[in-house]
Design a protein around this ligand. Structure first.
Ligand SMILES: Nc1ccn([C@@H]2O[C@H](COP(=O)(O)O)[C@@H](O)[C@H]2O)c(=O)n1
Ligand code: ZN
Ligand code: ZN
Length: 629
């Protein structure tokens, strides 16, 4: 390809893939939105995970358009319904609260503005994600502020943070929590992060294999107190096929001591909707990512004969869970699971409200707070008008409508230039996982910069690498047998600066919706998640048509300032700091860390090239740029 990436040719749009259909009020056969009321059991869970700062909800995707205020109202109303039915409902979150959205990420320390909003939900149990451990300052905040606030409800069984006063590493939250629910179920909870090793030195992650040997853990399992149910929450994939999950290690250990007690697992990290059966009395739920999904899990079967629990039975007047964990299960417990789309229509339906009656003061206050913070942080500032949609995986990697050839490669080729070396040919390499979200046709805002590029990885380089060697790096990185796991690598210091241009206009959440005729209240959709899990395909609360999901290579490459008709002899090899170790490995022994320098400066990062590119390339129609879902 040429330096302008012209080999990709003209682009097609992919809007059809995410086409949103609205319910016509009163239209016959309108079959969108939730399919049936939830099944309420004796013990019920609402589960969030991997919210990554998306408390505003999805401004450009109406099917995930509720905000944290709407969720605050929903969770309060659901708690009230549980009380009215004389059953328990537990609210659980399994971490990754930052990195993914301007609301959490434009402040100097991630979460400064988003965490006071996140805390509006009165969770019963929470645990820590890996994104709370990349930046030391964030880990200290979790330890010093939020863990103190959440107290015993924050269960972080294998994560310690440095107490800067004592100089010792201490558990962030509680190692475990033994408690009684409102209705009297006796619960033992553990919160287990996968064996994460990319944390800063402000924290320590104890491998699950070692955690189960800790005295506090063995004592918790040997307790003489009655346990009706174990809750194993964790920032940890629920699929037993996922190479990162460590749930099974902890599950097996519990089972050695408690062979028949139900173990309810709530997981995260892999950003998927999933439900897995562990055994006859144990099922696991994972509830997606980015405030797109709210997970529902319910169970019944507790009685004086199996656990000594003498509390209320199945609630009356509603559907109840009926399904054993697996066919022929020798267990009294039955379950239901559902993946709820994160929108007001869903919330209104399941609380039997109308759009007029749903809201409560606390939720509206939270919505108001989000609007205020977004204005303060200028998140609605429009930098350009994206002429089409580019997605990460809804089309093939080499399709012009794929975000890598369509935006990332031309953007880095154009913007990532060190003036003193612009005459040099250059190769730029990045990891595809560093790009986190599709670009929608329409206004590209300051917020979108953080949504698309959610890590702050600095551009490093090695000058004058023979092209014959440099060209071998990408294929070697992408070769599965050789590829190193980039998440095992040490992380770099996080250096933030801001990139704003006050001369551009601002859009608030309300303006984005009103100015462009996008209605505030949620309507139905057709495309979205189509989930297959251990129970089959009936878990999605709203039925969708599937969005294609193509496999990506692990790394992308751009090349710029190429000589006409031939290859250069030498290139500047530019890459994210995060990839230094793997790049050096593949360059061989003649290349060392001492040869690596910051390319533009030691602040210029993966969050600094999109906005200048957008300002350069997408100015057409900027004053009349419609939002399209
Ligand atoms: N500085 C970093 C750190 C990690 N990555 C990539 O993100 C992946 C981790 O995924 P999460 O769901 O925890 O966000 C990791 O495998 C890396 O590929 C990165 O790009 N920059
Ligand atoms: Zn995550
Ligand atoms: Zn994670």
């Amino acid at each position: 390809c040429g330096s302008d990436n012209s080999c990709y040719g003209p682009t097609n749009t992919v809007e059809h893939v995410r086409h949103v259909k609205r319910i016509q009020p009163g239209a016959p056969n309108a079959r969108y939105g939730p399919k049936a009321p939830l099944e309420w059991g004796q013990l019920n869970f609402l589960h969030t995970t991997d919210s990554h700062g998306w408390l505003e909800g999805h401004l450009k995707e109406q099917n995930y358009g509720a905000d944290w205020g709407d969720f605050a109202t929903f969770s309060r109303r659901m708690k009230q319904s549980a009380r009215d039915m004389d059953v328990d409902l537990l609210l659980v979150d399994t971490g990754d609260l930052h990195d993914g959205n301007g609301l959490s990420d434009v402040t100097k320390v991630d979460g400064t503005k988003s965490m006071p909003i996140f805390k509006e939900i009165e969770y019963d149990l929470l645990t820590i994600g890996n994104h709370e451990l990349y930046m030391s300052e964030v880990s200290y905040e979790m330890f010093n502020v939020w863990a103190k606030k959440w107290g015993e409800r924050y269960v972080t069984s294998n994560v310690k943070v440095l107490n800067r006063t004592s100089g010792k590493y201490e558990y962030v939250g509680a190692t475990h929590r033994y408690f009684k629910t409102e209705k009297g179920l006796r619960v033992m909870a553990f919160g287990v992060l996968f064996d994460f090793s990319g944390n800063s030195n402000a924290s320590q992650v104890i491998k699950a294999q070692d955690m189960i040997k800790e005295p506090w853990f063995t004592q918790a399992l040997a307790t003489s107190e009655p346990i009706d149910v174990f809750i194993l929450l964790g920032h940890n994939p629920v699929s037993q096929k996922d190479p990162q999950t460590t749930f099974k290690v902890v599950f097996n250990e519990i089972r050695k001591h408690h062979p028949a007690t139900p173990i309810q697992i709530l997981g995260g990290h892999s950003h998927v909707r999933d439900f897995a059966v562990y055994d006859d009395s144990s099922v696991a739920l994972e509830s997606g990512r980015y405030c797109e999904t709210l997970g529902w899990l319910s169970m019944s079967g507790f009685s004086s004969s199996n656990s000594g629990f003498s509390g209320p039975e199945n609630p009356k007047g509603v559907a109840n869970p009926t399904r054993p964990a697996r066919p022929g299960a020798k267990s009294p417990f039955v379950y239901s699971r559902r993946y709820l789309d994160w929108n007001r229509q869903t919330f209104i339906y399941h609380t039997k409200q109308t759009d007029k009656t749903f809201d409560q003061a606390a939720g509206l206050r939270t919505t108001g707070e989000i609007t205020k913070v977004r204005q303060e942080l200028k998140l609605g500032q429009v930098f350009g008008c994206a002429p089409q949609m580019w997605c990460i995986s809804c089309v093939a990697f080499d399709d012009p409508s794929n975000i890598f050839p369509g935006v990332i490669v031309p953007a880095v080729s154009t913007i990532v230039v060190n003036k003193a070396r612009e005459h040099k040919s250059r190769i730029i390499i990045g990891n595809t996982k560093g790009v986190r979200f599709d670009i929608h046709k329409g206004p590209f805002t300051y917020d979108d910069n953080f949504i698309v590029s959610y890590y702050r990885d600095i551009f490093f380089y090695i000058p004058d690498v023979p092209y014959a060697l440099a060209k071998t790096v990408l294929p070697r990185l992408n070769k599965p047998s050789l590829a190193m796991r980039d998440d095992d690598l040490a992380t770099m210091p996080n250096l933030r600066d801001s990139c704003t241009d006050p001369s551009l206009g601002y859009l608030t959440r309300r303006e984005m919706r009103q100015n462009h005729g996008v209605v505030r209240r949620q309507e139905a959709v057709t495309s979205g998640y189509v989930t297959t899990d251990d129970w089959g395909t009936d878990g999605d609360d709203t039925t969708h048509t599937k969005i294609p999901d193509y496999q990506l290579p692990r790394y992308w490459q751009a090349q710029a300032n190429w000589p006409k008709g031939k290859d250069p002899e030498f290139v500047d090899l530019i890459f994210y700091d995060f990839l230094q170790k793997s790049i050096l490995t593949y360059l061989g022994a003649n290349y060392t860390a001492a040869m690596v320098e910051c390319y533009i400066d030691c602040n210029f990062s993966s969050q600094d090239f999109l906005l200048p590119y957008v300002k350069l390339m997408w100015q057409k129609n900027i004053d009349d740029c419609p939002i399209e879902s």
